[in-house]
Design a protein around this ligand. Sequence first.
Ligand SMILES: NC(=O)c1ccc[n+]([C@@H]2O[C@H](COP(=O)([O-])OP(=O)(O)OC[C@H]3O[C@@H](n4cnc5c(N)ncnc54)[C@H](OP(=O)(O)O)[C@@H]3O)[C@@H](O)[C@H]2O)c1
Length: 265
Amino acid sequence: MLLQNKNAVIYGGGGAIGGAVARAFAREGAKVFLAGRTFAKIDAVAKDISASGGVVETAQVDALDEQAVDNHADAVAAKTGSIDIALNAVGILHVQGPPFAEVPFEDYMHPITAYTRTNFLTAKAVARHMVKQGSGVILTLSTPGARLTGQGFLGNGVSSAAIEAFSRILAGELGASGIRVICLRPHAIPEAVATSHTREPFSGHATRAGSTVEDWLAGLARTGTLLKRLPTLAEVANFAAFVASDRASAMTGAIVNLTCGSLVD
Ligand SMILES: NC(=O)c1ccc[n+]([C@@H]2O[C@H](COP(=O)([O-])OP(=O)(O)OC[C@H]3O[C@@H](n4cnc5c(N)ncnc54)[C@H](OP(=O)(O)O)[C@@H]3O)[C@@H](O)[C@H]2O)c1
């Protein structure tokens, strides 16, 4: 197993990507600590993991609240002795779709402020322990909006670019302490969009195009990717497990392109 004896904290662990990654980490032998806002969501993921023989704990944590995040990380580290892996899979509901001239400044800033805040707080909380250990892996999530140009996603694009820059620069801050920082950049994952907060911002684009979210996603796959499809949750979760493992021990400061060729490097 890739992650035997590793302790992993997943912020937003009740979400589509957070939950899928948590299940993959547990399958690979990690002890998983799910932190999320709505207890029922993290509890559902935890029940799945336990039913499959995995080891999991849950905690209701607001990942935008510095004290709550610090207290939780401290409690996990005190209990287990180490935090080996952390993933921020928190999703921030925001508006996409309206043309630039109609975007209120607050709507533009909301994803930028919230994503940069939660990624800073969670990375800092776990890094304090990882620096003492001399090892650790911090994973973040961005979107192709970081590198695309187009209409209706300015706030999302700038927040994604900020998360990527944050991850790259943090890798430099923490590398000498043996900590790897990697940002995963998946394209829209249809199974995730079906249940996640992303359905609402994507419906802004679909409505503008006179389409449904499903048809809009199918169009993205058909015309906007080299593989003519979008990634699956399993592909993203399995890659996260690999990149968090010692098999990827030479990799840090990377933005991992999981876009099925929507973007090329
Ligand atoms: N879905 C995709 O296709 C896709 C593709 C590329 C990148 N991403 C990125 O991946 C990340 C996760 O997306 P997702 O689709 O998995 O979203 P999701 O299913 O909506 O999950 C997000 C999770 O974050 C939790 N959360 C929100 N605010 C929180 C807070 N303040 N404290 C703690 N937990 C909080 C939510 O819990 P509550 O519901 O209780 O608030 C939810 O469980 C996002 O950054 C997204 O941009 C998603």
